[in-house]
Ligand binder design. Structure first.
Ligand SMILES: Cc1cc2nc3c(=O)[nH]c(=O)nc-3n(C[C@H](O)[C@H](O)[C@H](O)COP(=O)(O)OP(=O)(O)OC[C@H]3O[C@@H](n4cnc5c(N)ncnc54)[C@H](O)[C@@H]3O)c2cc1C
Length: 459
């Protein structure tokens, strides 16, 4: 890619891609350690998913959303970190020492050269197709949460919230606070009737347990019951979702009228950047995703490349912060020996404890294989290219029985999202035993049109 034409060029000791909890903590430790740091995020504001910022008028009217985020961002800026928001990293080479960027508003291309890079690119929500999932009014819990907390807009007045994961609880509470009514809260698993071994594991993280208890109490106060062992079968409506079929734990199916359906099945790590740079991967604990192989501090086998936060494995906001700090200390030890006086043993212990808690969550909220096997043939799996589950199954039956074959035969995963949404489902339909992902290629995210016109050329 040596002939990519660029408008701007930046030199820095360390580039941190992603301004969520992991990237912010990494940038802060690095800058306080005396290195020059450029923190890049495609969003307009820093904070990532957990420390999202409210628009100023809403912050004045409704208060600061998660004040710790405001404080952390201020600390990062005060430490001298160069913050490049509204900047997408769409490619990289030389082990991440050269990053290709694009201004998300103007499309202006740039290049950041660094001695080391931290990929802290977070996660995506996991969706599973079902009949009607592309109807207007069917959204992910993350979008519903964003609207409720950032814009104070309830996604509907009679919401059905479904899927699996602890994330459904804060989303339900935020919807209630924003004025939504909840028609049904449908959890696929039975996490709130756990086995004694799971209770013992949860007791080792009392703060997380207390958080879950607070959400459950809020829901109980509003008369919202978590229906366990239940799932959404199909959504109906012409121009908007109006009804949902729910299969209960007893096998009975009932129809619920609704004006918004939020369905999510946890999170999937965003791993495009390390994979693009040739970082080896391994299946995660659940066997459904490929994770970059990293050591205890987030170092990859690609010299100078570190991965931190949910992109190294879904473990939540607290683990993301700790992993960001660990990666930063590892870089300081290497680039500025003597400037990392902190003993990292305590951080590593905390990271391991938080990882154990994340493993417990994986066991409490598993994604059963039937969830994919039961997708009806007529249901669209790849929204970008309009490919159905039946077309993928047919391709597999005629011999295209791996991910790349199924992609070549059906075009599933060839659209603008490059399989980020559907890749895990295509892989499962292609009956692979192990998690497998589409290859990461530049651009790792769609580039604004402006980046490829007006005399700028990306070859
Ligand atoms: C939609 C959503 C909502 C969530 N809400 C909650 C919640 O309410 N409570 C909770 O406990 N947990 C929540 N989580 C999980 C929690 O946010 C994460 O565990 C935590 O934020 C992980 O921190 P991180 O720094 O690894 O990633 P993130 O916070 O996701 O930050 C990653 C950042 O990287 C940026 N980025 C990614 N790729 C690029 C690129 N190529 N170029 C430039 N920038 C890039 C993104 O814009 C983002 O700001 C949510 C997760 C998601 C996906």
């Amino acid at each position: 890619m040596a002939d990519v034409m660029t408008e701007s060029e930046t030199e820095t000791d360390v580039a941190v891609v992603g301004g969520g909890p992991a990237g912010l903590h990494a940038a802060l430790v690095l800058a306080r350690g005396g290195l020059s740091v450029t923190l890049i995020d495609e969003s307009d504001t820093l904070g990532g998913q957990y420390y999202k910022r409210r628009a100023e008028q809403l912050a004045v009217a409704f208060g600061d959303f998660r004040p710790r985020g405001t404080e952390l961002i201020r600390e990062v800026r005060d430490a001298g970190v160069v913050c490049r928001t509204g900047t997408l990293v769409w490619g990289a080479e030389d082990g991440g020492r050269t990053l290709f960027t694009s201004d998300v508003r103007t499309g202006a291309l740039g290049r950041v050269r660094a001695r080391a890079t931290v990929a802290a690119t977070g996660a995506y929500e996991r969706s599973l197709p079902f009949p009607g999932w592309t109807l207007p009014g069917v959204v992910t819990p993350g979008l519903a949460l964003h609207l409720a907390t950032m814009d104070r807009v309830p996604v509907g007045s009679r919401v059905v919230l479904a899927g699996t994961g602890p994330f459904l609880l804060p989303v339900a509470c935020a919807l209630l606070e924003a004025g939504a009514g909840i028609e049904a809260l449908v959890e696929l698993n039975h996490p709130y009737r756990p086995r004694p071994s799971a209770v013992a594991g949860a007791l080792r993280q009392p703060a997380r347990l207390a958080e879950a208890a607070r959400y459950l109490l809020t829901l109980a106060r509003h008369g919202v019951r978590v229906e366990q062992g239940a799932r959404v079968l199909a959504a109906y409506g012409d121009t908007q979702v109006t009804a949902v079929d729910i299969a209960g734990a007893d096998g009975g199916v009932r129809r619920v009228e609704t004006d918004a359906l939020c369905v999510g099945f946890g999170f999937r790590p965003s791993t495009e950047l390390p994979r693009l740079l040739g970082c080896p991967t391994r299946p995660d604990r659940t066997g459904t995703e490929q994770l970059p192989v990293v050591d205890a501090d987030g170092a990859t086998s690609v010299d100078g490349l570190y991965v931190a936060g949910d992109g190294a494995g879904i473990a939540g906001v607290h683990a993301a912060g700790v992993r960001g700090q660990l990666a930063a200390h590892a870089i300081l030890r290497r680039l500025a020996p003597g400037r990392s006086p902190v003993r990292v043993a305590g951080l590593r212990r905390r990271a391991r404890a938080l990882d154990r808690f994340a493993a417990l969550a994986d066991r409490l909220y598993p994604l059963p294989a039937e969830a994919v096997a039961d997708i009806p043939d007529a249901t669209q799996v790849c929204r970008c290219e309009g490919v159905t589950a039946g077309e993928i199954r047919q391709a597999v039956a005629t011999g295209w029985n791996d991910l790349h074959g199924a992609k070549a035969a059906t075009r599933a995963g060839m659209g603008p999202c490059q399989g980020r949404e559907c890749g895990h489902i295509v892989a499962a339909l292609a009956r692979r035993d192990e998690a497998e992902g589409f290859a990461a290629r530049m651009p790792i995210r769609p580039l604004p049109m402006a980046a490829t016109v007006e005399g700028q050329e990306v070859r």
